[in-house]
Ligand binder design. Structure first.
Ligand SMILES: [Zn+2]
Length: 420
C-alpha cells in the first residue's frame, strides 16, 4: 500500500514539474501579409513556438497574454532566402578562389556564424543554403549549432558540398597541381550515386548539381552532365524523399534538368521561350539570382545609373520577363554571399525593378519558397499551427518593396530576436 502511494505521488510530482506554463503573445499590426494576400483588421496570437490564431480578434485572449502593439506596421511570415552561401563573403572583399584556397575552415566558420546572425536580423528566418564551396560538410554543424540555440541564425535547409562534373569546377591551379575544389567531383553511374548517398548520409536536406559551368573552349558556359546522369541522380535523390536543385545558365542544361525532373533551376540566364514553357509544364521553379550578376558587374566597375547598362543585365531582364510571361513559378533567392549577408532584400528590390509586382515578390519570398522547397506545412505563411516565424516592418511593402528593409520585429520559433 505504501509503495502504491509513493508511486502515485511520484507521478504527480513529475507531472506538475513537466507542466510548463504556455506563453502567449498577441501581435497587433496595421495589416498582415499572410503569405498570399494582404489582410486588414487581423491580429496574430502566438502560443509558445506556434501560431495559435490569425484573423479578426474574435477569440478569447488567454490570461497573461503579452500584447505587442505594432502601429503603422505590416506583419509578414519570416522571409525565406532561396539561394544563400553562408560560407562565402562578398567577392570584392576576397575573390572566390582565395576564399576557397587561402581561408582556413575555422575562419570560414567564424564568418558563417556572423553571416547567420546578420541574415536573421534582416528578417530572413530560413535559408536554403546551396553549397559550402570548399568548406566540406561544415553547414551541418552550423545548422545544428543554430538548432541547439548556441548562436542566433535562420533555419537552414542545406545541401552540404554540392556536386560538379570532373574537371568542370574551380579553383584551378595548373595541370599537375590539384587544389581543393569548391564542390565534390562525381560523375558516371556508380560514383555519382555514391556521392549523392554520402552527402545525404552527412546531413544534406537536398542535393545540388551543377548542370553546366564555364568550361567551354572559350571559357563560356557549357553543359556538364548528360541527361542520363541527371535522370539517374533524380531517381536516387527522390527515392530518399529529397529534391534535386540544379545550377544551369544555358538553355541546353536547363532543358536536360527539366526533363530529368529537378525541383528548381538556379540562375537560368539563357532560358528561351521553349525552355520556360517546358518549365511551366513540368512544374519546375526558377530561382533567378538577379543580385549575383548585378553585384559581380559592379565589382568589375559598372556604375549603375551612371554608365550604360551592360549587355548581360539587359539580357537577364529580358529572360526574367520571359519567364514571368510564361507563368514559371519564381523563387526568391539572390545568391547571397556573392554580396553581403543581411543585404538579402536586394534581390526583392531587383525583382520589382526587373518587372515583378511587389505583392508577387512577397509571395515568392514566403509561401512560394516554402511550398517549392517542401516546407509549406511548417513555414512561409501566417497560419494556425505553423511555426511562429514572424517579422514586422514599418509601412506597407506591397506598395513599396523598400519597406521590407524597415525591420521592427524578428521572431523565429516564437522567440523574439529583434524588437525596435
Ligand atoms: Zn550560388
Amino acid at each position: 500500500m505504501s509503495k502504491f502511494i509513493l508511486l502515485i505521488s511520484i507521478f504527480f510530482v513529475n507531472h506538475s514539474f513537466s507542466q510548463q506554463t504556455d506563453k502567449y503573445i498577441l501581435l497587433k499590426p496595421d495589416r498582415v501579409f499572410d503569405g498570399e494576400t494582404m489582410q486588414s483588421g487581423w491580429v496574430v496570437l502566438v502560443k509558445n513556438n506556434k501560431i495559435e490564431q490569425a484573423g479578426a480578434m474574435m477569440f478569447k485572449l488567454p490570461a497573461g497574454t503579452e500584447i505587442v502593439e505594432l502601429k503603422g506596421m505590416t506583419l509578414l511570415p519570416g522571409l525565406i532566402e532561396g539561394h544563400s552561401h553562408l560560407f562565402l563573403h562578398p567577392y570584392n572583399e576576397t575573390s572566390w578562389n582565395d576564399q576557397v584556397l587561402k581561408e582556413s575552415r575555422a575562419e570560414r566558420t567564424v564568418r558563417a556564424v556572423n553571416h547567420a546572425k546578420a541574415t536573421l536580423m534582416a528578417g530572413f528566418t530560413t535559408v536554403r543554403d546551396l553549397g559550402t564551396e570548399g568548406a566540406m560538410y561544415d553547414d551541418v554543424g552550423l545548422k545544428e549549432s543554430i538548432e541547439k540555440g548556441l548562436i542566433p541564425g535562420p533555419r537552414m535547409i542545406i545541401s552540404t558540398r554540392a556536386i560538379v562534373a570532373t574537371g568542370s569546377y574551380g579553383p584551378k591551379l595548373s595541370t599537375d597541381n590539384e587544389s581543393i575544389k569548391g564542390a565534390a567531383e562525381a560523375d558516371g553511374g556508380d560514383v555519382l550515386i555514391k556521392e549523392i548517398r554520402t552527402q545525404i548520409g552527412k546531413g544534406a536536406d537536398f542535393i545540388k548539381i551543377y548542370a553546366d559551368y564555364r568550361w567551354g573552349v572559350n571559357k563560356d558556359a557549357q553543359p556538364t552532365f548528360t541527361l542520363d546522369e541527371l535522370k539517374k541522380a533524380v531517381e536516387v535523390i527522390q527515392s530518399s524523399g529529397r529534391k534535386l536543385v540544379v545550377h544551369a545558365v544555358t538553355a541546353e542544361a536547363m532543358k536536360r534538368a527539366i526533363l530529368a525532373g529537378v525541383s528548381t533551376i538556379e540562375h537560368g540566364d539563357k532560358g528561351t521561350e521553349e525552355v520556360f514553357k517546358l518549365m511551366k509544364e513540368k512544374g519546375v521553379a526558377l530561382c533567378p539570382t538577379l543580385s549575383a550578376g548585378e553585384s559581380i558587374l559592379q565589382y568589375d566597375g559598372w556604375k549603375k545609373g551612371v554608365d550604360t547598362e551592360p549587355q548581360r543585365i539587359t539580357e537577364k531582364k529580358k529572360s526574367f520577363q520571359l519567364a514571368l510571361r510564361s507563368g514559371v513559378t519564381i523563387c526568391m533567392g539572390g545568391d547571397v554571399g556573392v554580396f553581403a549577408h543581411g543585404d538579402n532584400a536586394k534581390e526583392m528590390e531587383l525583382m520589382v525593378e526587373y518587372g515583378m509586382k511587389p505583392i508577387d515578390v512577397l509571395k515568392s519570398a514566403t509561401s512560394i519558397n516554402a511550398d517549392v522547397f517542401g516546407y509549406g506545412n511548417k513555414i512561409g505563411r501566417i497560419k494556425k499551427d505553423l511555426f511562429a516565424d514572424i517579422i514586422a516592418v514599418e509601412g506597407d511593402p506591397s506598395n513599396d518593396i523598400k519597406n521590407i528593409r524597415k525591420i521592427k520585429l524578428v521572431m523565429k520559433d516564437g522567440l523574439v530576436y529583434r524588437k525596435e
